[in-house]
Structures are given as C-alpha cells and as structure tokens.
Design a binder for this molecule. Structure first.
Ligand code: ZN
Length: 203
C-alpha cells in the first residue's frame, strides 16, 4: 500500500508557513515503512530534533481506480480516519530552498501515524467534519473539512489521474494551521468530532 499526502490544502496553514497558494493540489508519497506500528510511540529519528506534528483527516481507499471522476469518488472509500504527518521541518525547509524532493523530511521510518478507522456513515456530511489535535491536554490544531481548498472527492479524482489507487491506500488530506514542534515525553491525542482517533507518546 501507499500513502498519498496532500500539501497546502488549508489557507490558514499556507499562511502560517508563508507558502504560496497552489494552483493545483501538491502531492507526495510516503512508503508503508513510514507507518508507526499500533500502540508504539514516536521515536525521534537520529538526524534531527526538529519534528513538527501535522494532524490530518484520512481516507482509506477500498476499490482499485484510475481517472476517477469526482462524482464517482464516494464509491472508492467507506472509512474516515485521523493521523499525523510527522515532518522534519528544518530539513524540509533546507530541501525546499534547494528545490530538492522532500522525502527525507516527510517519509522517514516512523513519520506516519494512522489512527483508528470509522465508517463514513458515522458522519452526516463528509465536507463538514471537525477534527483536532491536543498536545499534553491542550488543543493545538483545530480543523474542519469544509475549509479544504480541494474537498475529499476532488482530491481522489485528482490523485487518480497520476497514481492508480489500490485497496488499502491511505490519503492524507492536508493539515490546518497550528503545526508545531514535538518534544520528548509529549502526548498527542487526535479527535474526529468527539471520538478519540489516536493517542501517542513521544519518546
Ligand atoms: Zn502534511
């Protein structure tokens, strides 16, 4: 399986990192080796102490597809989740400044947290889902899918024009504002509406 991530999909986050608003979704891929095993903590990688959390709404693909039209995209997923796209921020900035690919900063071992999955039937409207991240008990990120520049179904359509989607692939739909550093002994807890989607300790 692969993990397809969308960059800069929330205006408030684009502004906080002083990035330009893209004309089309920005895509990158994380390998399955980046996924943190269930119930495991996040361990700092050897190459940096500068790691940011980015909480993101997730969609799990349940049907193979290519060139999917937006109106048919709902047939390609039935579960919604929440995760963290851990990012080595200073390394990413360095790579960006040299116009180099981001993978070392975004796709390293342990850089992907995938929380619990919930049936999409549990949500009245896919384009109006509240989610949030707490760091040590205080809210640091609050998002709603209605603030996405490209909505879930549009993203699935766009992604599938470049990459064949396969069963089990996971789409990370971008992070809202409030990204920040993690530190040893932190606890990060994610909420999808009122449901706890994950809780992870930083080691
Ligand atoms: Zn991200």
């Amino acid at each position: 399986m692969k993990i397809i991530c969308v960059g800069r999909n929330y205006v408030d986050h684009i502004e906080e990192l002083k990035n330009d608003k893209p004309d089309e979704p920005i895509l990158f891929i994380k390998p399955d080796t980046s996924i943190i095993q269930k119930k495991q903590p996040f361990f700092f990688p050897h190459f940096t102490n500068d790691i940011h959390y980015e909480v993101e709404l997730l969609v799990r693909i349940n049907k193979i597809g290519k060139h999917i039209q937006t109106k048919f995209a709902p047939k390609y997923y039935d579960e919604i989740g929440l995760g963290i796209d851990f990012t080595a921020r200073s390394l990413q900035n360095e790579l960006k400044s040299k116009s180099l690919p981001w993978e070392k900063a975004k796709s390293f071992d342990g850089s992907t947290l995938i929380g619990d999955w919930f049936s999409k039937k549990e949500f009245k409207n896919i384009n109006n889902i509240n989610f949030s991240l707490e760091r040590n008990g205080s809210k640091v990120q609050i998002g709603n899918t209605n603030k996405m520049l490209w909505k879930i179904d549009e993203l699935i359509s766009y992604v599938s024009t470049f990459f064949t989607l396969k069963i089990g692939d996971v789409l990370f739909t971008g992070t809202p504002s409030g990204v920040g550093n993690i530190y040893k002994n932190d606890n990060l807890r994610g909420y999808l509406e009122r449901k706890i989607a994950f809780s992870i300790n930083i080691k």
